[in-house]
Ligand binder design. Structure first.
Ligand code: CTP
Length: 456
């Protein structure tokens, strides 16, 4: 008999995630009222893409522009894409409703996206100046605000802007998405490029799922994800279909919750923009992954082993391609098991470091997961089926069983992978971790500063 996460703990009822999607698999942005505030930076031209994607995902969207943003991006386009009139400064004075427009907008919103954030709007907000519709809406607003600055590098690094940005970090309900490094419209390469639309959408989804609290601030998380590859010869390898998406989303969720995140990953099949903000350590083989993990383990407060490590490797590396007729003997001999990296991490862990392992299974997951949890010695184990439609490798959804201390078992019903990621982070944060002060010093990446990467 097979037990499944949707069927309750060990109830034995099989509930396939086919047919009508269960409530937990619905898009977290569907039905949410998202207010998009756009200030004057050339990155404003990317916002119609965000607005269009939000509307397509079932969010209700309204937009407001500062006067300089209105010179860069079309209010008509935004109105059409959001299916609502786009609010401009002048509308504050032509508004015939009983309530002022900035109050109406502020009270309407469940979530606010302020992107791009210009130096002027940042300064107004931090100093409490209600000049213009966008600035006054921000002051009146009690919903969480996702903030994505964009400006020229020299402006971004100018001391008054740094001070204002630092001051904003202390505001309640504000979730920063620091700008990245890249080619700017002023032809300079440097810090100041607004996070890409896909990353803003992911951050909004996280905000809808988890809220604005940075419960991982001051902590460093080490995540492994993706497949590894073991080469038979330069042209052939042993690997698996893992895309790495689950681990990457977990890393992004932790980053948004304030953690500094090291991501050790095999060859990934995810949008490269999903790696922004993470300290990435790419590897190919299990031996390379092991080297990176053991170098980074001492500075980690917690570790998530989501990597799908290939099981066997060649005893001796072969540097020339084998002719096809010689493949059969090479496939059946000359392989050795890859060491269990998770077991090594558990054996070497410093006091207070918590470790979450993953387990991929087909068939009846729970009994196999129980045995694996007892064998591996980690604090938590998330066991997920890989043979159900709409779950496992390459899927946008996941489900499974979370095994924890004291024989605790929690069924995780089918849900978007980002929702599962937040649930797993909640469980990890619920274990006694070492106090943040005891952790090696590091700076939070979310404030726009780069932590020193502890590369082995
Ligand atoms: N793992 C590891 N090193 C390995 C194999 C697996 O660290 N050589 C880790 C994975 O990252 C995961 C956990 O161990 O966190 C379970 O991996 P899984 O592939 O489910 O199981 P295996 O240990 O490989 O055992 P089996 O294939 O027999 O299920």
């Amino acid at each position: 008999m097979r037990t499944e996460p949707g069927g309750g703990i060990e109830s034995g009822g099989r509930t396939e995630p086919g047919g009508e999607a269960p409530a937990s698999s619905a898009d977290p942005l569907a039905g949410r009222r998202v207010l998009v505030l756009i200030s004057g930076s050339i990155a404003a031209v990317k916002l119609p893409l965000v607005v269009s994607a939000l509307a397509a995902r079932g969010a209700e969207v309204r937009c407001a522009l500062t006067p300089s943003a209105a010179r860069l991006v079309s209010a008509v386009a935004l109105a059409s894409l959001s299916r609502h009139p786009c609010a401009l400064d002048d509308d504050q004075w032509s508004h015939r409703a009983a309530r002022p427009l900035h109050i109406e907008l502020a009270e309407w919103a469940d979530l606010v996206l302020l992107a791009p954030l210009s130096a002027t709007t940042l300064g107004r907000w931090v100093h409490g100046l209600a000049e213009g519709l966008v600035a006054s809406t921000l002051l009146a607003c009690e919903a969480p605000v996702l903030v994505a600055p964009a400006m020229n590098t020299a402006m971004w690094e100018a001391p008054p802007v740094r001070r204002n940005w630092q001051a904003l970090q202390a505001f309640e309900r504000v979730v920063p998405v620091a700008p990245g490094h890249g080619l700017l419209a002023c032809d300079r390469r440097g810090e100041g490029r607004m996070a890409e639309p896909e990353r803003l959408l992911l951050a909004l989804e996280s905000l809808a799922l988890h809220g604005w609290r940075r419960d991982w601030a001051g902590r460093r998380l080490l995540v492994s994800t993706g497949p590894t590859r073991e080469f038979l010869d330069p042209a052939r390898c042993l690997t698996n279909p893992s895309t790495g998406r689950m681990g990457v989303l977990l890393a992004q969720a932790a980053l948004q919750r304030g953690a500094v995140v090291d991501l050790v990953h095999g060859p990934l099949q995810v949008e490269p923009v999903l790696l922004d903000g993470l300290l990435c350590h790419p590897v190919v083989t299990a031996a390379e992954m092991e080297r990176q993990l053991s170098g980074l383990q001492p500075v980690a407060d917690a570790i998530v082993m989501a990597a799908a490590v290939a099981d066997h490797r060649r005893v001796e590396a072969r540097h020339e391609k084998l002719p096809k007729q010689d493949l059969q003997p090479a496939l059946s001999g000359g392989w050795e098991p890859v060491p269990d990296l998770l077991a090594g991490l558990v054996a070497r862990r410093p006091a207070g470091q918590r470790i979450l392992g993953f387990a991929a299974h087909s068939g009846d997951v729970l009994p196999q997961a129980r045995a694996k949890f007892a064998r591996k010695g980690c604090d938590l184990l998330f066991a997920n089926p890989i043979d159900l439609p709409g779950a496992g490798f390459g899927s946008a959804f996941n489900q499974g069983w979370l095994l924890g201390p004291g024989e605790r078992i929690e069924a995780i019903a089918p849900a978007p992978k980002l929702a599962v990621a937040h649930r797993l982070l909640d469980a990890l944060a619920g274990l006694p971790l070492r106090p943040p002060a005891a952790a090696p010093p590091h700076r939070a990446a979310a404030d726009g500063t780069r932590p020193a990467a502890a590369d082995p």
